[in-house]
Design a protein around this ligand. Structure first.
Ligand code: SF4
Length: 336
C-alpha cells in the first residue's frame, strides 16, 4: 500500500471533569489512505466522535485538550500548526459533516449564502463563480431543483435535504479528507441509504478519503473498505471490513456482530452484549472490556492487552492472541 494521507499516532484526548480526568481517547493509532473509506465503529462513549473532533482540533476547550500524540496529514503533524494554519486547512483540506445538520447550518442564512461563504473563506471561488458553483454543488448532491433550494433557508428543507446541503458545503472546496460523524443516524432508513450511496459515489468521483464514524456495523458493511473497532478510548481491532465481518477476532467485535439481526439467525433470540462502556474517568486497570467479556481470563483483570498483528492488515488487542499468555490457545466461539 502507498503512504497514508493521514496517520494518527498515540493520540490522547482528555477532559478535565469535576469527577476527574476523562481519558476519552487514550492511545489511538490508525492510518487513512488516499481514496479509501475507513470506518471507526463503536458504542456511544467509546471515544470515536472525540477522535474525529481531535483531527479537526475542534475538541471543546478548555475542558478538553490533546494530551499527546501526532496527527500527520501529508507528512505534517497537524498538532504543530498554528491556529491560523489549522483554520486555513479546516474545511479546505479536511472537511467534516455531522449527525444533525441543524447544529452546523446557520438558520438565518440561505443555502446559497452558506455554500458561497464556505468557498469565500478559503478563497476557492467568489462572486458569480461561487454562486454558480453553489448550484452545481446542490446538483452534485442530488437536489432536484437546485435553483430553488439555493434561495431557501434550512428550516424550509427536510432532514435528508439538509444533510445533502451540509455535504454540498463540506465538499465545496474539494477536500482531500471527509470526516463523516454518524452522517445518517438522524434520518429514516430510506433516506439513510440514499445518503450513504451518495457519499460513496461522491467519494469515488472526487477521489477523496473518508473517515466514517458510526455505531452501525450495517453502515460499515455498506461503505467502508477497512474498519477500526473502538472501545473505551482505544482501538481494539482493525481489519479489512469483509474479513472483520466474516471472521471477527476480538470478543467485543464478536459480541457486536452477534447482536445484529441476520438471516442466518432468523427466529433466534438476538445476543445481547451485557453492560455498558465504563466511564472514561475510571477505566479499569486491565482490559477495559473485561467486565463484559465472556472469554476473560485471570490476566485480563490486571494487564491491559497490547496489540497483536494477525496479518499485515489485521491487528487486535486481546490476551487471547498474545502468545505470552498461557491461555492463548483458547479457541473463540461466536456467541450467537
Ligand atoms: Fe476478553 Fe481478556 Fe480479551 Fe479483554 S483481553 S477482550 S477480557 S479475553
Amino acid at each position: 500500500m502507498h503512504s497514508p494521507i493521514l496517520k494518527v499516532q498515540n493520540l490522547h484526548t482528555w477532559f478535565e471533569t469535576p469527577t476527574g480526568t476523562a481519558r476519552a481517547v487514550d492511545g489511538v493509532n490508525f492510518e487513512l489512505y488516499q481514496g479509501e473509506t475507513l470506518a471507526i465503529v463503536g458504542e456511544s462513549g467509546s471515544g470515536k466522535s472525540i477522535t474525529a473532533l481531535s483531527l479537526m482540533q475542534l475538541v471543546p476547550e478548555p475542558a478538553g485538550y490533546i494530551e499527546k500524540g501526532s496527527i500527520f496529514y501529508k507528512n505534517r503533524d497537524l498538532l504543530d500548526l498554528t491556529w491560523e494554519e489549522m483554520r486555513a486547512l479546516r474545511g479546505k483540506d479536511i472537511a467534516m459533516i455531522f449527525q444533525e445538520p441543524m447544529t452546523s447550518l446557520n438558520p438565518v442564512l440561505t443555502v446559497e449564502k452558506q455554500i458561497v461563504e464556505a468557498m469565500q473563506v478559503h478563497g476557492t471561488a467568489t462572486g458569480a463563480e461561487a454562486r454558480k458553483r453553489a448550484v452545481d454543488m446542490l446538483n452534485k448532491v442530488g437536489i432536484r431543483s437546485p435553483q430553488q433550494v439555493v434561495r431557501q433557508f434550512p428550516h424550509e428543507l427536510s432532514g435528508g435535504m439538509r444533510q445533502r446541503v451540509m455535504i454540498a458545503i463540506a465538499l465545496s472546496n474539494n477536500p482531500q479528507i471527509l470526516l463523516a460523524d454518524e452522517p445518517t443516524t438522524a434520518l429514516d432508513v430510506t433516506v439513510q441509504a440514499q445518503i450513504l450511496d451518495l457519499l460513496a459515489s461522491l467519494q469515488k468521483e472526487l477521489g477523496m478519503s473518508m473517515l466514517l464514524i458510526t455505531h452501525d456495523l450495517g453502515i460499515v458493511a455498506r461503505v467502508a473498505q477497512r474498519c477500526c473497532v473502538m472501545y473505551a478510548g482505544q482501538i481494539v481491532e482493525e481489519a479489512p471490513t469483509s474479513e472483520l465481518l466474516k471472521n471477527p477476532q476480538h470478543p467485543y467485535t464478536r459480541g457486536l456482530l452477534a447482536s445484529l439481526p441476520s438471516r442466518a439467525r432468523r427466529g433466534q433470540e438476538l445476543y445481547t452484549l451485557e453492560g455498558v462502556v465504563p466511564p472514561p474517568t475510571r477505566w479499569p486497570k486491565g482490559c477495559r472490556f473485561a467486565l463484559r467479556c465472556p472469554n476473560r481470563m485471570d490476566i485480563c483483570k490486571n494487564v491491559l492487552p497490547g496489540e497483536t498483528a494477525l496479518s499485515p492488515q489485521r491487528r487486535v488487542s486481546c490476551h487471547l492472541y498474545n502468545s505470552d499468555s498461557a491461555e492463548a490457545a483458547v479457541p473463540l466461539e461466536n456467541p450467537s
